[in-house]
Design a protein around this ligand. Sequence first.
Ligand code: NPW
Ligand code: ADP
Ligand code: K
Length: 480
Amino acid sequence: MRTAHRVETVRAAEAALMARLPEGALMQRAAAGLAAACCSLLGKGRVYGARVVLLVGSGDNGGDALYAGARLARRGAGVTAVPLGTRTHPGGLAALRAAGGRITDDPFEALAVADLVLDGITGIGGRGGLRPDAVPVARAARGSGAVVVAVDLPSGVDADTGEVAGEALRADATITFGTYKPGLLVDPAREYAGALRLVDIGLDAVLPGVPDLEALQHQDVAWLLPVPGAESDKYRRGVLGVVAGSARYPGAAVLAVAGALRGGAGAVRYVGPAGDAVIAAHPETLVHAGPPSKAGRVQAWVVGPGLGEDPGPVAEVLAADVPVLVDADGLRGLDPAAVRARTAPTLLTPHAGEAAALLGVAREDVEAGRLAAVRELAARFGATVLLKGSTTLVCGPGGGPVRVNPTGTSWLATAGSGDVLSGLAGSLLAAGLSALDAGSCGAYLHGLAARRASAAGAPVTATDVAGSLRDAWLDVTSPA
Ligand SMILES: NC(=O)C1=CN([C@@H]2O[C@H](COP(=O)(O)OP(=O)(O)OC[C@H]3O[C@@H](n4cnc5c(N)ncnc54)[C@H](OP(=O)(O)O)[C@@H]3O)[C@@H](O)[C@H]2O)[C@@H](O)CC1
Ligand SMILES: Nc1ncnc2c1ncn2[C@@H]1O[C@H](COP(=O)(O)OP(=O)(O)O)[C@@H](O)[C@H]1O
Ligand SMILES: [K+]
């Protein structure tokens, strides 16, 4: 599991750790890790003679850059610092000078010939986007052709929320200290961070056990996925009911069932008007014309994909005392009180537009502040919420860590791929996973399947994604 902690928590842990260590020890650990990462990014034998520019802000983030720069200078790099703040870390500045580094007030001349730029303008102490005087310097750094390495965080992004208010410096890599920060894992900030590397500075020992954000890895998902036991039969493995599709959108039913059949449930019942299309594509489906309450027992329901205007089945499904996943048209006008009144778990799977409608805000607001949006929806509906998009987040109703999905690709932005996800996550619910696990494992496999299907760099269809789910499952459960 990869975990992230918010600034307040990092600061408290840092204070606890610093109390046990000699002054400056933590910054030296950070700078040593940072310098080592820079050496590996420059490549073997390329440190001596490399031209390194440090963009140095007012705080300790600048201090990290200066001490790392001093280490690179001692290994023969030509290091130039560009002070951009109201003050410059005195110890770091002295160390750089002592190592033969130089200070300049002409950043553009140094940047024009740089091989590597260290962005130490702001880290966890930054507020708002880059200040106006830093903007042209950041642009020159980005346009220089040098490798841009962010110290702890790309300057200008919000560490806690992933929001980017104004301009930020886009990095090729971010070297972060002690723990990941939420903004490194959540768009839009995530996009500015490039490749992530974590430097261990001993913070783990003092960080709380419960993080603010967590990202599953292969082994976490493998452990959660259902496996039939010797005594299993199709009913014990769990039956999923899928209420989806309409005369206008029969394909949504076919795609939701495609995901459901590959999600670990023992059987899938389809309920709705698209039975012929579903059977033609997936003859193993149990088809029922409806209503859901007459379709036979299930261990979980999916309701919503391609339903069109008729919200009738949503209320009926929500009345069932089994886990329910509500997606797409099922989310339209969804009543928070009706969801809160349920005793069995509910999993809502909106994209940003649907989330915005449920919250009564603009879509752009949801996209700019995904973490706040998913937390607010989960609290308001008393449900688990999976917010889809470039970063998929899953949040339970009782607070706790938000899960951020680390797999996926923008090729997934194709019609019908969300229908596949709803069937898949619903199938995991029917197989007995909690709503948080079903949503996050579903998103993980779905993203991995899309990566596999688009590996050659060509567009994929939702049907391709469903077709790759089996391989994604195998990737997770039997790693090379
Ligand atoms: N925590 C840990 O465990 C460890 C932390 N370490 C390191 O310390 C870093 C945190 O250092 P920090 O607290 O000094 O804050 P930091 O990010 O340098 O910025 C602060 C100053 O920047 C300014 N400023 C604010 N907004 C701005 C803007 N938009 N644009 C431009 N400037 C802006 C403002 O000062 P002002 O200019 O207003 O006087 C503010 O006071 C952390 O990220 C990590 O790198 C490691 O060394 C060891 C372990
Ligand atoms: N830019 C993106 N990067 C990664 N994944 C994306 C991106 N845009 C959309 N997705 C994913 O694609 C799927 C689209 O689902 P949805 O919007 O419900 O589409 P549909 O309703 O057509 O099925 C979701 O799993 C979402 O997370
Ligand atoms: K930075």
